[in-house]
Design a protein. Structure first.
Length: 59
C-alpha cells in the first residue's frame, strides 16, 4: 500500500520494539526499508520494502 510518509508514521513497525516488547511506529524515510513510490505518484509517497512491492494502485 502506497502511503504518504506522514500517514506511514501512524502505522506500527514489526521490527521496532520497546524494551518491554511493545511495537513502535514507522520511521518513514529514516528507515532503510522505506522505498519511494514509482514515477507518476506524488513525490512524498512511498511504501515499506519489508512487505514487498505493492500492486498497482486501484482507483
Amino acid at each position: 500500500m502506497y502511503l504518504t510518509e506522514r500517514d506511514a508514521k501512524f502505522k506500527y513497525c514489526p521490527l521496532l520494539k520497546t524494551h518491554d516488547d511493545k511495537m513502535k511506529f514507522c520511521q518513514g524515510a529514516m528507515c532503510m526499508m522505506w522505498r519511494a513510490a514509482p514515477a507518476g505518484l506524488p513525490s512524498e509517497t512511498g511504501y515499506c520494502g519489508l512487505a514487498g512491492r505493492p500492486g498497482p494502485k486501484e482507483s
